[in-house]
Structure formats: structure tokens, C-alpha cells
Design a protein around this ligand. Structure first.
Ligand SMILES: Nc1nc2c(c(=O)[nH]1)N[C@H]1C(S)=C(S)[C@@H](COP(=O)(O)O)O[C@H]1N2
Ligand SMILES: [Mo]
Length: 332
């Protein structure tokens, strides 16, 4: 195991949150440490690297939907959303440093394993406390609402940050279209489940797949909560969550589920993937807060993955003027 190295502490990943007691065996332990292919190779099995060999660096930022909906991009930039003078993160960086555990926990390899994953056709089941349960398709998602581009701050709980120009529309517009009942207090989102096509759902079998998240209704209806269909002027590459994901920029990045296939309106606070896995480390709200340390690391500072600059973390990731009224300050 000569190649085990100690990572700088800002790289401490969510995955190390998995309590040791839930590691079922050595094979999974090694996979959880990002040594999956090594360990499985040594034991004579092969990690299901569906497309790694065929992955093509020149296609790093290519939309997972190919040319479909290409005419909708680029959408006009809405200059009302600015990031306090920080530079836009280089597209290549945002496309090659990802968290998408369905593919791998190795941030720098997500793009390879995700390349070629099929997301067309795609359906989204809408259920729960809603006037009429229904199924949405890609046309519903891409063509019903006018698209705009917003440059947003993005902050992962692991303390890396970036500034990304997302293309999409406010989640509020989708929710209004779906007509939830007055009794709905929260909305939950479920990502795709595909044990055949998504290696992480077998290799990291201790997680409660599929990925699921949720918001309080007033959070979901806030203007900043954004349905993301594209980035950097085109539809999303797979690694960023094609065909759509959420961006909730005042919260840690894991509150933005990728490749969502279900929306459910409910009348109580829903469980979430990370809160269910490790409740002491990941609360339901998960608002960016420099004064609320993660149990294993301070949140006082963050590192920009584009410039490598270290800087102080901002309350609600700099969106306090917009979202401060939603909270008492004691939410976890
Ligand atoms: N389905 C799903 N959504 C997910 C994740 C994931 O592993 N699976 N990771 C989350 C985390 S921890 C972060 S930081 C962001 C990363 O988004 P990016 O790779 O586009 O930067 O996606 C979030 N959404
Ligand atoms: Mo994250």
C-alpha cells in the first residue's frame, strides 16, 4: 500500500464520514478510500470502469445530451447575480473536479467514468401533495421556462469553492407549474438509481442509494434556488449532473442533487442522503456558515479550486442579504 498518501486537510471528503462500523469488508473499505480499482484488481475482480478506457479528454465539457436543445444555449446572462469580484472558475476545472459518488469518489476521475452515460430519454416523476401527479420529460424541462445564465458561488462542505455560470430557471417556476397543495411544507428530490450503469451504487454499497435531498418549501421557492440545465453556455456535461440538477448557492454543495428523476411534495422535513448516513455531520439545512464548524474541520476558510486562493468563508456563502430572513441562525 505504498501509494496511500495523507491528503491535505481541505481535501477531507464526505466519504470519510462513513462510520467505520458500517464498512462491511476490506474490499469496500479500500473502495471507500478511493483505492477501489487497485483493491479489486488485486483480488482478481475488476471495478466496473464502464467507459474509463474510452474516455476522451477532448470531450471533457461536451453536453451529455449531445446537440439536443443546443439552440437554447447560450442563454442571456442575468447580471443581477454577481459574486463580489471573484473570477469565474475555468470551465475545465469545474468539469474535472467533481463529486458524483454514483460514478466514483475520486473527484478527478468522475468525468471519465461519467462520459457516455445516457440521459435521453429522461423522466421525472412528480408525486405526493400535489394537485395532479405526473411525469415530466426533457421537453417539459427544457422548453417551458425561459432560460437565463447566473454566475453563482458554489461551496462544498469539504471547503473547496468555485464560481460557475449555470444556465436554467428558478425552481420556483417549476414548483408553481406543478401546483403543490397548501399542505406541502417540504419538497424532496431523488437522483437516478441504476445499479448497472452507475458503479458507485455497487462499490459504495453502504450508502442509502439513490441519492436524495430536500428543501423547506420557502427555501425551494426562493429566487436563488435554481434548476440547472447547463453550464458555461451549453447543456450540462454528465459529470455536473445532466440532464438537470439543483443549485442552492447559500448551502453546501451536497444540497444540490444531480440527475434528478423524482420530485415529491411532503408535509414533514424529509430525510436526506448525507443526514441519514451521518446525522452528526450533515444537518438538513446545511447552510454555509463560517462559525459552525463541521465536527472534523473548521469552516472558517475555503479554497478556490480555480485560483488556489484561500479566503474567509462567508455566511450563507455571501447570500445573507437575500436569504438571511429565512433563518433564525440556529438551523443545522
Ligand atoms: N446525485 C448526486 N448529487 C450530488 C452529489 C452526488 O454524489 N450524487 N454530490 C454533491 C456534492 S457533495 C457536491 S459538492 C456537488 C458537486 O457538484 P459539481 O461536481 O458539479 O461541482 O454535487 C452534489 N450533488
Ligand atoms: Mo460536496
Amino acid at each position: 500500500m505504498a501509494n496511500i498518501r495523507v491528503e491535505p486537510d481541505w481535501r477531507l471528503p464526505e466519504r470519510l464520514a462513513t462510520p467505520a462500523s458500517t464498512f462491511l469488508n476490506r474490499r469496500q473499505l479500500l473502495a471507500g478510500l478511493g483505492l477501489g480499482s487497485l483493491a479489486l484488481g488485486a483480488s482478481g475482480c475488476s471495478y466496473p470502469e464502464r467507459s474509463a478506457l474510452a474516455a476522451d479528454r477532448s470531450r471533457l465539457t461536451e453536453p451529455a445530451l449531445g446537440s439536443r436543445f443546443a439552440d437554447l444555449f447560450p442563454a442571456g446572462r442575468n447580471d443581477a447575480y454577481e459574486v463580489g469580484g471573484r473570477p469565474e472558475t475555468a470551465e475545465e476545472k469545474a468539469a474535472s473536479y467533481n463529486n458524483f459518488y454514483e460514478f466514483t469518489t475520486d473527484k478527478e476521475r468522475v468525468w471519465e467514468l461519467a462520459q457516455g452515460y445516457q440521459v435521453d430519454p429522461w423522466s421525472i416523476e412528480v408525486s405526493g401533495l400535489v394537485k395532479k401527479p405526473r411525469t415530466l420529460d426533457l421537453d417539459d424541462l427544457f422548453t417551458r421556462f425561459p432560460l437565463e445564465e447566473r454566475l453563482y458561488r458554489f461551496r462544498c462542505v469539504e471547503r473547496w469553492a468555485m464560481q460557475v455560470p449555470w444556465t436554467g430557471f428558478p425552481l420556483r417556476k417549476l414548483i408553481e407549474h406543478l401546483e403543490p397543495l397548501g399542505s406541502a411544507t417540504h419538497v424532496r428530490f431523488v437522483s437516478v438509481l441504476d445499479k448497472q450503469g452507475l458503479p458507485g451504487q455497487s462499490v459504495y454499497a453502504w450508502y442509502p442509494w439513490p441519492y436524495f435531498e430536500g428543501l423547506r418549501m420557502d427555501e425551494a421557492m426562493h429566487d436563488l434556488a435554481f434548476v440547472v440545465l447547463g453550464a458555461y453556455g451549453h447543456a450540462l456535461p454528465m459529470q455536473n449532473g445532466a440532464p438537470w440538477r439543483l443549485a442552492v448557492p447559500w448551502k453546501y454543495g451536497y444540497k444540490g442533487p444531480k440527475s434528478v428523476v423524482a420530485i415529491e411534495f411532503v408535509d414533514q422535513e424529509p430525510a436526506t442522503f448525507w443526514n441519514q448516513s451521518t446525522p452528526s455531520e450533515y444537518g438538513f439545512y446545511s447552510n454555509v456558515n463560517p462559525d459552525q464548524p463541521h465536527p472534523r474541520w473548521s469552516q472558517a476558510r475555503e479554497r478556490d479550486i480555480g485560483t488556489d486562493e484561500s479566503r474567509p468563508t462567508l455566511l450563507y456563502n455571501g447570500y445573507a442579504p437575500q436569504v438571511g430572513d429565512l433563518y433564525t441562525g440556529r438551523e443545522f
